[in-house]
Design a protein around this ligand. Structure first.
Ligand code: AP5
Ligand code: MG
Length: 214
């Protein structure tokens, strides 16, 4: 089963993908994580993407689709959680084509719906592990030892695009470029909307399990 986690920045896509990977036989494909890996390895693509990402803007479809195509060419085509991809109608169409060519498809799209006020609070308090990519939160999900990842002892960092002025640009791009995917996947009869504003991440996970019959 292939799943898309759709939702605004800070809606909990990464948090829920981590739980699905830990508890079931899923693999997470986060385009944000792939871009950040390329940035830290200073690849050509990383250099091109870096300025856009730290400004809170989307990377062009052409680059993003190519990166996903390469990823899928070399690995599994089943039991993938697409986290943060697709993010435009063009990307959704490209993904469909890539999967069809591999005799595969998207089975369900989970929309994590969160109020904007809560998104802001989550993003400004987020800390991430540069090594294992897990995300923490200063208040909601603090690490056991301040500033240190519970799993690999790396020093936690703040993402450069988690500054309030960059968050505003990311939210705007979610509204203009990504939210049309809600109707796109409704038409394909794949969308399940989960309202998650006041739910703990454990409760959200239960709802996702129900929706996926896991
Ligand atoms: P990406 O890394 O995908 O960022 P994003 O979509 O902005 O989403 P986030 O990772 O910020 O949030 P999340 O939903 O994963 O939330 P999380 O679980 O961490 O992309 C970054 C950039 O890369 C983009 O802006 C763009 O430039 C580029 N890019 C990536 N994909 C692209 C594409 N397809 N096309 C073009 N460009 C692309 O949770 C957030 C915080 O909340 C955490 O601190 C967490 O602990 C906490 N939290 C989570 N759930 C709960 C809960 N239920 N209750 C309380 N706190 C919670
Ligand atoms: Mg994420």
């Amino acid at each position: 089963m292939n799943i898309i986690l759709l939702g605004a920045p800070g809606s909990g896509k990464g948090t829920q993908a981590e739980k699905l990977v830990q508890n079931f036989n899923f693999e997470q494909l986060s385009t944000g994580d792939l871009f950040r890996k390329n940035i830290s390895e200073k690849t050509q693509m990383g250099l091109e993407a870096s300025k856009l990402i730290s400004a809170g803007k989307l990377v062009p479809d052409e680059i993003t689709n190519k990166m996903v195509e390469e990823y899928l060419k070399n690995g599994n085509k089943e039991n993938i959680i697409f986290d943060g991809y697709p993010r435009t109608i063009n990307q959704a169409k490209a993904l469909k084509e890539i999967l069809v060519l591999n005799n595969s498809k998207i089975d369900k799209v989970i929309l994590l719906d969160v109020e904007e006020k809560i998104l802001l609070e989550r993003l400004v308090g987020r800390l991430i592990c540069p090594k294992c990519k897990r995300s923490y939160h200063l208040k909601n999900r603090p690490p056991k030892k301040e500033g240190i990842c519970d799993f690999d002892n790396s020093s936690l960092e703040t993402r450069p695009d988690d500054k309030p002025e960059k968050i505003a640009i990311r939210l705007q791009s979610y509204l203009s470029d990504t939210s049309p995917l809600i109707d796109y996947y409704k038409t394909e009869k794949k969308l399940v909307k989960i309202s998650v504003s006041n739910l703990t991440s454990e409760k959200v996970f239960e709802k996702i399990r129900e929706a996926l019959k896991l």
